[in-house]
Design a protein around this ligand. Structure first.
Ligand SMILES: C[S@@+](CC[C@H](N)C(=O)[O-])C[C@H]1O[C@@H](n2cnc3c(N)ncnc32)[C@H](O)[C@@H]1O
Length: 247
């Protein structure tokens, strides 16, 4: 028996937050899988172009949203390019996923490295010409303290469920004078720690810690982590902050 089919469980409706776009979860059996495994399987199947799998990202006691697998696997868009224009190489992409930002940087001749916990994501990033390693941001990171820029894009400020600790870690990884580019939620969205999981019609992942930070919540977190908030900007309907490690 492998981890994919280790456990089957019938979800109580309250646990799943009620019936959502995937139908009434109380009426179906779901496999319970470790989050990295389910995420990897979804990425691999979407990358192979098979039958599209509808996957969702659910906040405990809250709403779910579609997992943007197509966006992660696709090329960068104009907004991504506008944000990457702020990044000075070498660039550390924290939670690089399938590596679209690194691939764009590499195509522009910029040195970069991606870190990700998912072996599938790392393999896909490498196949795109990006340099990426299977590594947690909280483990030993090559060239720590020398990166000129670190990226926390597309929700990645949520990694670990403790944005203050994540920013402090990012600060330790960049050089003095280096920057962290963080994508946030729009202004007014509260900073909060949440439990989340992935869901498909057939499987659910174990819950894991995540966090959301609004555009107006990033500055105090950054200062507490030893980073200077230099700018907050919107591009293509998304919000970003540029944080600098003092020299
Ligand atoms: C929301 S996806 C973002 C993917 C990518 N940044 C993009 O925009 O295309 C979050 C990624 O963070 C990775 N991740 C989660 N925890 C991590 C950790 N502690 N260290 C490194 N990567 C992590 C996940 O495996 C996943 O690929």
């Amino acid at each position: 028996m492998n981890a994919h089919d280790a456990i089957e469980r019938r979800l109580p409706a309250a646990d799943a937050g009620g019936a959502g776009a995937l139908g009434d979860p109380a009426r179906r059996l779901h496999r319970l899988e470790p989050a990295e495994l389910l995420y990897g399987r979804l990425l691999a199947s979407a990358a192979a172009g098979g039958e599209p799998v509808e996957a969702r990202f659910r906040i405990a006691q809250g709403r779910s949203q579609k997992l943007p697998l197509g966006r992660w696997l696709g090329p960068v868009d104009a907004t991504d390019r506008a944000v990457l224009a702020h990044a000075e190489p070498p660039v550390l992409d924290i939670g690089c996923g399938p590596g679209r930002h690194l691939a764009a940087l590499a195509a522009a001749g910029h040195d970069g490295l991606g870190l990700d916990l998912s072996p599938v994501a790392v393999r896909l990033a490498r196949a795109r010409g990006a340099e990426a390693i299977l590594r947690s941001v909280f483990a030993d990171v090559p060239r720590a303290g020398t990166w000129r820029s670190a990226l926390l894009l597309d929700g990645n400020i949520g990694i670990g469920g403790a944005p203050g600790a994540l920013l402090a870690r990012a600060r330790a990884l960049i050089a003095p004078g280096g920057i962290v580019l963080v994508e946030t939620e729009p202004p007014g969205v509260p900073t909060r720690r949440v439990r989340v999981r992935l869901e498909t019609r057939a499987a659910i992942s174990t819950w894991f810690g995540w966090a959301t930070v609004g555009a107006d919540g990033i500055a105090p977190l950054a200062r507490a982590a030893g980073l200077e908030p230099r700018a907050t900007f919107a591009a293509g309907g998304r919000w970003f902050a540029r944080l600098e490690r003092p020299r």
